[in-house]
Design a binder for this molecule. Structure first.
Ligand SMILES: [Fe+2]
Ligand SMILES: [Fe+2]
Length: 479
């Protein structure tokens, strides 16, 4: 009697699925991979996700296209979660010391170095979504096919979850490439694209399980080592990036204005939060040697802030308002990124976010949202508030311990913010902006949607940031 016929004769209890539904007896009776082979592959997956997290994060600031910037924010976060899951799994497999910081293969290192150093959006999109992510997905698929589904069930679970999200990321990438990468761009990156294929072939795939190709590979974009670009960039829909001509906080906390009009200022504040991922990316990229949980938590917060910006976008669009009429400044992220150290930036972020926990902070914004009679506004502010409570707790976990004392840590944040306080006059004198008052244009569009006549008092609002910082030393800023 052969092994397979013995298995075929085996019956579970009244036909209930065997093996907790993980696999058939036949599948689980194949020996599959041993621990050592599994760990070798998992470490390579871990390396790939870690490098992808690095690349997505590094380019959030300088990527001009808003849709790509926000997607990189999500994809960086997703990668950080998969890194954590893989680290945890490797730690369960008789591994300490884990050796998770070791580069598993120089050809893989070259692959990711090249994508990191790619100078254009189109090359980064192709490198990430046509090369690296599909190769990683294929390697995870092979792991699920090669390993024993019963003995290695915990790794299979990690791979399955990773593949679900990789599929979403690849889908986004493929659709974006179809919109942004034309034939000419393709021709321009032919040799480079071939180099990426060669890196994968020389490494035997992301998992190293295939016969490696013996071919010389030489650096192109990464021949000059990559340097992080801290200057935030925006696409052409974002104009007048130094504008500080409207102070939304002063409006929001002025009892003489109505909740409905205030929702417009809140939507502006949400959309303006795109400057927070631009700034947080610099902290994450420039802060080395922290436990992985730090990078995961910071990436989560970064993604939340990108999400807050998109809530503002959705709110404006749902009211039929062309948000381009507002001035979504990059002044805050630019100054923090170029004038402060990473810990000073984190200090400012924490200082602002703990301020949002006060009665006049996120609770107030939610109350205004509820009072406005716009249910979407209430939902947006409800979740924005919850996210900010999480961020304040992440700050307590990762920022406060740098000082040991909460008061000192907050004072330091206050000082750091004062350092980049107002450049209202400087940017005006340099001709970078006229601080144009964009408020009437946005308010009048909203009035048209609401079918009401503009209230002269609301329409006449013209408070700027000239004399007041966003917390009205005082009210709140980005966060
Ligand atoms: Fe936040
Ligand atoms: Fe936020």
């Amino acid at each position: 009697m052969t092994a397979s016929s013995k298995i075929a004769d085996y019956q579970s209890y009244r036909g209930v699925p065997s093996l907790a539904g993980l696999a058939t007896l036949t599948e689980a009776a194949r020996p599959g991979l041993g621990i050592e082979a599994c760990v070798t592959r998992l470490k390579r997956f871990h390396y790939a996700f870690r490098r992808l997290h690095e690349i997505f994060t590094a380019w959030i600031t300088a990527e001009p296209i808003y849709e790509i910037k926000t997607a990189f924010s999500l994809h960086a976060y997703l990668c950080s979660e998969h890194v954590l899951a893989l680290r945890t799994r490797v730690g369960e497999m008789r591994e300490p010391p884990l050796g998770l910081e070791v580069v598993p293969d120089p050809a893989l290192e070259l692959l990711f170095d090249e994508i990191l150093a790619a100078p254009t959006t189109t090359e980064r999109l192709v490198g990430l979504y046509e090369k690296a992510l599909p190769a990683l997905d294929a390697a995870l698929e092979r792991h699920m096919a090669d390993t024993n589904p019963l003995t290695d069930a915990p790794s299979v679970r990690v791979c399955r979850f990773a593949r679900l999200e990789l599929a979403d990321m690849i889908d986004f990438g493929v659709k974006s490439i179809a919109c942004l990468v034309d034939d000419e761009a393709r021709r321009g990156m032919e040799l480079w694209s071939k180099l990426l294929d060669d890196c994968l072939a020389v490494s035997g795939g992301i998992d190293g399980s295939m016969q490696p190709l013996d071919r010389a590979i030489a650096r192109r974009h990464s021949a000059t080592p990559y340097r992080y670009d801290p200057v935030p960039r925006r696409d052409e829909r974002f104009q007048d990036l130094y504008n500080q001509g409207v102070n939304p906080e002063a409006f929001l906390y002025d009892p003489s204005f109505d909740p409905q009009s205030k929702t417009l200022m809140m939507l502006f504040k949400r959309l303006r939060e795109i400057d927070v991922p631009e700034m947080m990316a610099s902290i994450i990229h420039e802060t080395k040697g922290k436990p992985w949980n730090y990078y995961r938590d910071m990436s989560r917060q970064l993604w939340d802030e990108a999400r807050h910006a998109m809530m503002g976008e959705v709110g404006f669009v749902s009211l039929g308002i062309d948000w381009k009429a507002a001035r979504i400044t990059h002044n805050w992220s630019l100054r923090l990124n170029t004038e402060c150290t990473p810990i000073e930036r984190h200090a400012v972020l924490y200082f602002i976010e703990q301020g949002l926990m006060a009665k006049t902070g996120k609770r107030y914004e939610w109350e205004v949202g509820v009072q406005s009679g716009n249910p979407l506004m209430a939902t947006i502010q409800d979740f924005d508030w919850a996210d900010e409570v999480l961020h304040a707790s992440l700050g307590r976990e990762w920022y406060i311990p740098e000082f040991g004392d909460r008061k000192q840590a907050i004072d330091y944040g206050d000082q750091c913010w004062s350092k980049v306080l107002s450049n209202w006059t400087t940017v005006y004198d340099q001709g970078l902006t006229q601080h144009e008052n964009w408020w009437p244009a946005i308010y009048q569009q909203a009035c048209a949607t609401w079918g009401i006549a503009a209230d002269p008092h609301v329409l006449a609002y013209r408070e700027t940031y000239e004399t007041q910082r966003a917390d009205l030393k005082a009210v709140s800023g980005s966060g």
